[in-house]
Design a protein around this ligand. Structure first.
Ligand SMILES: NC(=O)c1ccc[n+]([C@@H]2O[C@H](COP(=O)([O-])OP(=O)(O)OC[C@H]3O[C@@H](n4cnc5c(N)ncnc54)[C@H](O)[C@@H]3O)[C@@H](O)[C@H]2O)c1
Length: 248
């Protein structure tokens, strides 16, 4: 395979980074968005999948996954989902898995804004606990009051964390999908008035070893999205071309 044709769902920030990163791999690119953007690709006002499309790539948001993800599977296309929070919907994952049973399509959920999922996959059956520690300045968690020192504002099950801090749903759900058992995953949220950048720490305890991954992500042009999220999606797509596959 030398080049592919892609249909992007969403023509915003991640789509721009993606086309920039994958340009030399792409034969033809289309995008569907709620509005026409300045993306250098053919705009599709309605979600119709051109026959020539090899892959469908969601970079729009959780609702877009729920609206169009199944259509991509029905059309026999591989689907890349960056808004992994869609898997926290009570119905969507079951519906998706049911359609996959009678399809040759594959669904890829890239690591997004976190790393270490290769370790988690490798030791998955030996994991005793995984903890996600998010440390953020008060404003990025929506706090208006002043904090004089770092303070833990939440510690508990991942499902509750998603309810309380929905802006972090993608990272938490990707982690949950990788671990596979929500009872083993806890989330701690720390508000720190002395920092201006979010950090995510992932602590894994397993019988194969203990691991701690610290992420200090830089934002992309859309400040809500880490650069790493877009680059990880591009890297995941790029792996389709690898003849020598390094890393799990
Ligand atoms: N997995 C992760 O770690 C991670 C990290 C960051 C962002 N994300 C996801 O990536 C998404 C896109 O990020 P971005 O920085 O490109 O955002 P963006 O706002 O720059 O671009 C999103 C584009 O999608 C379009 N859109 C929104 N809903 C749509 C729908 N239902 N159908 C079609 N188009 C729709 C918007 O009009 C916009 O042009 C975010 O919403 C988030 O869910 C995931």
């Amino acid at each position: 395979m030398d080049k592919i044709s892609v249909l992007l769902i969403g023509g915003g920030n991640i789509a721009h980074i993606l086309l920039n990163e994958l340009g030399h791999r792409i034969r033809k690119s289309y995008y569907h968005d709620l509005r026409k953007t300045d993306l250098e690709a053919t705009f599709l006002e309605s979600f119709l999948i051109p026959e020539v499309t090899d892959i469908v790539v969601e970079c729009a948001g959780i609702n877009a996954v729920k609206q169009h993800g199944i259509e991509a599977i029905k059309a026999g296309k591989d689907l890349y989902i960056i808004s992994s929070g869609a898997f926290s919907d009570p119905k969507f994952p079951t519906e998706l898995l049911n359609h996959l049973k009678s399809s040759t399509s594959k669904v890829f959920v890239p690591s997004g804004a976190i790393g270490g999922l290769d370790i988690i996959r490798a030791v998955r059956t030996r994991i005793s606990s995984v903890r996600l520690i998010m440390t953020k300045p008060p404003s990025s968690l929506g706090y208006k009051e002043r904090f004089s020192e770092p303070q833990v504002v939440f510690e508990g099950r991942v499902e509750k964390a998603i309810e309380r801090f929905p802006q972090n749903v993608n990272v938490a759900v990707t982690l949950l999908l990788a671990v596979g058992e929500s009872a083993k995953v806890t989330v701690k949220v720390v508000v720190d008035p002395t920092i201006d950048r979010n950090t995510h720490e992932v602590e894994v305890k397993s019988s194969a070893g203990d691991y701690k991954i610290v992420h200090e992500n830089k934002p992309s042009p859309n400040p809500k999205t880490s650069y790493l999220a877009a680059l990880s999606l591009a890297s995941c797509i790029n792996r389709r071309f690898d003849r020598l596959v390094v890393g799990g």
